[in-house]
Design a protein around this ligand. Structure first.
Ligand code: COA
Length: 163
């Protein structure tokens, strides 16, 4: 069984991400969630905030860890001695975005760098971090879309904690 990296911006980590992590943790020896930055996105949460609430969300899953990375994903993966990346796919639009990224990463790594796609469970296929960011900033109840630690943090930062 391989060790795999699950990279993303996780701004914030959602129930869709958690579903992928739980399923990957059953298939692979270990899952390293790598919290990085997508240069095309301006994040709502700081890197430290994203790491903390992601860590709190996966607490208790023994073979899952969360780390921060800067720079190229393939360089980080090399340092960790991991050559398999997991990405979640919700729709064909995701595939259009993911396919060139997977190919580019493989070329950047000089070959042998695999991206494995997992289909997001259908109940989470409409969830996106950007819609959650938008909803929470306008006071929406996001508790159905994110793990409890993420909901608690976002409510404390942007809204009222639900009782
Ligand atoms: N369930 C629900 N939503 C999901 C999901 C799932 N299973 N999988 C992905 N998503 C959504 C996220 O909510 C997010 O939505 P948003 O765009 O509305 O915010 C979107 O899909 C993807 O975000 P995320 O999963 O956080 O990853 P990302 O695409 O932002 O991550 C990096 C990109 C960080 C992995 C990539 O930019 C990277 O590797 N950067 C480092 C630099 C590098 O090496 N670049 C070369 C790349 S070729």
């Amino acid at each position: 069984m391989a060790n795999v990296i699950y990279p993303g911006t996780f701004d914030p980590f959602t129930n869709g991400h958690l579903d992928i992590v739980k399923r990957a943790a059953k298939l692979f020896e270990s899952v390293l969630i790598a919290v990085g930055d997508n240069p095309g996105k301006k994040t709502l949460l700081t890197r430290d905030e994203r790491i903390k609430i992601t860590r709190d969300s996966v607490k208790g899953i023994n073979n899952v860890a969360v780390e921060s990375f800067d720079g190229l994903l393939v360089e980080f993966a090399k340092k960790k001695n991991i050559n398999v990346v997991i990405r979640g796919i919700r729709t064909v639009q995701d595939f259009d975005y993911e396919f060139p990224m997977a190919q580019t990463n493989n070329v950047l790594a000089g070959g042998g760098f695999e991206t494995i796609f997992m289909m997001t469970a259908k109940e989470f296929s409409y969830i996106s971090s950007s819609l959650i960011r938008e909803a929470v900033q306008f006071g929406g109840d996001i508790s159905k879309f994110v793990p409890p630690p993420v909901n608690k943090f976002l409510m404390q930062k942007f809204g009222k904690v639900k009782r």
